[in-house]
Design a protein around this ligand. Structure first.
Ligand code: SAJ
Length: 430
């Protein structure tokens, strides 16, 4: 297949880097997004999200004349759908008393409908959005076939999940292995031809539903493993053990690789995707469901830890460091740090949060000044590099609570601070 022009629908964290990467290879790329403000920003060569290297990639693609953004798709050789698949806000499913979240597939539906008027014989359509199993064949295929063209015969249709890590998207897009699930083997072949334009990692062809499962399995695997690390942090707290020390020792075992506990699991992937399995088969997913419950309850555990440090929360001034869902990104979607702040506020604390990646939040100095405690919620490099003696000059409090094991206890103690770490309550409570 010859791909001269590609249309990428959805210009967020995945669609935009994908569009810029194709454009860098000399392909003409039209990016479509329903947000007119995003379109204006991009056509000026600027960007609306933070991702290392992305600004340069987009402005270069615009300058070269290979990337343009518009509110509607256009005719193209290939269409890539990279729109969000969030939860439904106020609707839940229920199975045997277990309440579960439901995927909101409206953006995928609209994107497929937006392609419909432009779909031609020989085109390739790829769904990249993380989706419940069978979405490609049960949702996208019937919409596209309203054109009168048959998927797998008149046009090619694939599911190919993005698997890149925010913060390293541009590198991982090129280097990671890529799975292409076709509704027919010919579709998978066409998908492979498209991604071969820039992917250096292995490209594996399979069927569409397998590719959907692969994506959900990867993130669910990680969620379940983080859940056990978080549960270990609670057990360590109860038994007066330092969970960080215990994990580092356990991980010396050649077949053990325990992940890192923390204030919870956030972002738009790992905290969302396991629900797609639960929704699709609640009777088969008790482990996945309970892992989600454990991770979602971790902010509560952190709030209790802070309460323990301060005796009570009502009226206490707390400097919260970090609101992003993980280190060195600006993304605050489903952020456990935000949830901790919300729980503290509900308990009557006065929380001032400093997030270096959001310049419109308060300054570090303002957050620290009158604080009764400093709570570290995200392991941003800026925080890891803090000099405790310098911080001591900016605040009256001498209590720090480290929920991400970023700080050296001794250094903070030497600067006069009392340090509490998540999962490392040496006195024990049990
Ligand atoms: N977290 C922990 N402990 C850990 C690892 C992570 O508490 O040991 C937390 C993070 O702080 C964060 C959340 O989990 O709140 C998720 O962070 P992450 O870095 O594990 O993953 P994401 O959500 O940024 O990206 C994941 C990746 N999936 C896997 O590693 C299997 C990425 O490759 C996917 O492309 C991405 O989801 C996606 O888009 O689905």
């Amino acid at each position: 297949m010859n791909f001269k022009k590609i249309c990428v629908i959805g210009l967020g964290y995945i669609g935009l880097p994908t569009a810029a990467t194709f454009a860098a290879q000399g392909i003409k790329v039209l990016g479509a997004d329903i947000n007119a403000r995003v379109i204006d920003t991009l056509n000026k060569g600027e960007i609306h999200i933070h991702e290392p290297g992305l600004r340069e990639a987009v402005s270069k693609a615009v300058e070269m004349g290979n990337f343009r953004a518009a509110t509607k798709p256009e005719a193209a050789d290939a269409f890539i759908i990279a729109v969000p698949t969030p939860f439904q806000e106020n609707k839940f499913g229920e199975y045997n008393g277990v309440k579960y979240k439901l995927a909101d597939m409206r953006a995928v539906t609209s994107a497929a409908e937006a392609i419909l008027p432009f779909l031609q014989k020989g085109n390739l359509v790829i769904l990249e959005s993380t989706s419940p199993p069978r979405t490609t064949i049960d949702l996208v295929k019937p919409i596209l076939e309203k054109s009168g063209l048959k998927a797998g015969e008149d046009f090619y249709l694939c599911y190919s999940p993005e698997r890149v890590l925010p913060g390293q998207i541009l590198r991982e897009l090129v280097e990671n292995a890529r799975v292409i699930g076709g509704v027919t083997p010919e579709s998978a072949k066409a998908g492979k031809a498209l991604y071969s334009i820039f992917v250096k990692g292995e490209i594996i062809e399979t069927d569409a539903t397998t590719a959907e499962m692969v994506k959900l399995m990867e993130n669910t695997y990680r969620d379940v493993n983080i859940a056990i690390a978080n549960e270990f942090s609670r057990l360590a707290d109860k038994f007066g053990v330092d969970v960080w020390e215990a994990i580092s020792i356990a991980n010396l075992h050649p077949r053990v690789k325990i992940l890192t506990p923390g204030p919870g699991v956030g972002g738009h992937c790992i905290s969302v995707d396991p629900w797609f399995f639960v929704e699709a088969a609640p009777e088969l997913t008790p482990l996945i469901y309970h892992s989600r419950q454990v991770n979602d309850a971790q902010p509560q555990f952190v709030a209790e830890l802070i309460k323990r440090a301060l005796d009570s929360l009502a009226g206490k001034k707390i400097a919260a460091l970090g609101l992003a869902y993980k280190p060195d990104v600006d993304d605050m979607r489903e952020s456990p740090a935000n949830e901790v702040v919300r729980l503290l506020q509900n308990a009557g604390a006065i929380v001032t949060a400093y997030e270096p990646f959001k310049p419109d939040t308060v300054s570090l100095n303002d957050a620290l000044q009158d604080a009764d405690a400093i709570v570290l919620l995200v392991k941003h490099t800026e925080f890891v590099n803090f000099n405790p003696a310098e911080i001591a000059k900016k605040t009256k409090t001498r209590i720090v609570i480290d929920t991400v094991n970023a700080w050296n206890n001794e250094a903070w103690k030497n600067a006069g601070f009392e340090v509490l770490r998540l999962g490392a309550n040496k006195e024990g409570r049990g």
